[in-house]
Design a protein around this ligand. Structure first.
Ligand code: FMN
Length: 420
């Protein structure tokens, strides 16, 4: 498959506007500005583009809600928070292909009639901030941003807002709170940001990878784009793979490539020829899978049928030397730390889960602890303000579902059979 999102990134100067234009960059803006706004949304609908931030929501549907709202101004926010553990797929776009994202945002801004855009950037990506700001300045210089884009009277301004390192600020309503200068905590939905977003105006929040698909959709047309990858969720997909594999990294492959192909064909298999023990397919919040489940196509529709989720496409591979009780405990330490504290089930529940897992991991587990974990997690699932609590609860439930004997072994033997 021809590279779309990671095109030209092996060029050491790929973040420079001249290099980007040499390979046809910014040509899609002129093409998009010839179309009516609604026709661009129609093209995105034909393309079947789904959001790449985790939930896979159809982009055109979200855009239609926002563009149908008469309130003005409207805002376009790029979610570049990339806080989900294991996820680093947006980073190569931000650092090596920033003009692709900018071009995508200009096209989206035009389609949505939004004159202001923000890139909400992960606090831990300081290099990306400088690279994006330089790229934005270059785009202003060449009239791809500003008050008269490409001489067509189209207005779109763009700036970078850097977060301060809170995972919850990746959740779109917490992100909006943070962008407005308030404490990053989720808002109750509805109303959804498409109607009541930044400064109570219609706001589209889309992931970096989602918006970066726009230039290509305009270039080849929605129909042709819809033929790439899975029929139900087409397009190229960035899979970022880490853990016990020979070749970790970010891979651009057709959406729906199987986990097996990603691990064994593209990443060179398990490091040192060891046995695969478990895979987290889409970032820490997505359900862990045992080795017999890796033939599933990695897309938003098929992963749930195989007991997991595509999430952010962050594949974490674990070999036979890994203690899964420890992994589960570490994950819950993370969720407890990152819970924003706004709602009780998440604030209290993640702490309880962590504390029970901590005693099991430290050889102090008690009879009944596994049932207690399942009971506490089921009191979090579906009862929290935002999906952070669901993620924490589902991690516990799925590790126990697939690897219960390992938890039982820790409790009865008071030690870890894998690590000793
Ligand atoms: C706790 C939490 C963290 C999230 N972090 C991110 C993130 O870092 N980047 C992202 O794009 N979406 C993240 N999301 C999803 C966003 O809320 C939102 O669905 C997404 O930005 C929409 O963009 P998309 O439609 O292009 O996927 C997170 C959601 C939750 C609940």
């Amino acid at each position: 498959m021809e590279k779309v999102l990671l095109k030209n990134i092996e060029n050491t100067n790929s973040a420079d506007i001249t290099e980007y234009q040499k390979i046809g960059g910014y040509a899609s803006i002129a093409k998009a500005l010839e179309k009516e706004r609604k026709d661009i949304i129609e093209e995105v609908k034909k393309a079947g583009l789904r959001g790449r931030g985790g939930a896979g929501f159809p982009a055109a549907m979200k855009w239609t809600f926002a563009s149908g709202d008469p309130k003005f101004p409207k805002y376009l926010v790029c979610n570049a928070d990339e806080g989900e553990p294991g996820t680093f797929k947006d980073r190569p776009i931000l650092e090596k292909n920033p003009h692709l994202l900018i071009e995508g945002m200009v096209i989206s801004g035009y389609a949505l009639n939004a004159e202001y855009g923000f890139i909400y950037l992960r606090g831990e990506y300081p290099d990306a901030k400088h690279i994006l700001e330089r790229a934005i300045a270059q785009a202003y210089d060449r009239n791809f941003l500003g008050d008269d884009i490409a001489g067509k009277g189209i207005v779109f301004h763009l700036s970078v807002h850097q977060g301060a390192g809170a995972y919850i600020c990746g959740e779109e309503t917490a992100l909006i709170e943070s962008l407005e200068g308030d404490r990053g905590q989720p808002r109750i939905k509805p109303p959804f940001p498409v109607n009541v977003g930044v400064w109570s105006k219609p706001t589209i929040v889309n992931n970096v990878e989602t918006l970066s698909n726009l230039p290509y959709i305009i270039e080849i047309g929605g129909e042709a784009y819809s033929k790439i990858g899975s029929p139900e969720c087409p397009g190229p997909k960035l899979y970022c793979v880490s853990g016990h594999i020979e070749k970790p990294g970010v891979y651009e492959l057709p959406m729906g490539t199987s986990l097996r192909e990603i691990i064994y064909t593209h990443c060179g298999g398990i490091k040192g020829g060891k046995q695969l023990k478990a895979v987290i397919p889409g970032g820490i919040s997505t359900p862990v899978l045992p080795p017999d489940k890796i033939d599933c196509p990695m897309d938003f529709v098929n992963m749930p049928k195989h007991g997991s989720m595509l999430g952010s496409g962050a594949v974490i591979v674990m070999d036979e030397t890994v203690c899964l009780v420890k992994v589960c405990y570490r994950a819950l330490k993370f969720f407890e730390h990152e819970s924003c504290g706004k709602c009780t089930p998440c604030r209290e529940g993640t702490g309880w889960l962590r504390s029970i897992l901590e005693r099991i991991e430290h050889g102090e587990g008690q009879e009944g602890d596994i049932d207690l974990l399942l009971s506490v997690s089921s009191n979090i699932l579906g009862k929290t303000f935002c999906p952070l609590g669901d993620g924490a609860a589902s991690v516990v439930q799925n590790f126990i579902k697939h690897f219960r004997p390992e938890f039982e072994g820790h409790i009865t033997a008071k030690t870890c059979a894998v690590e000793g």
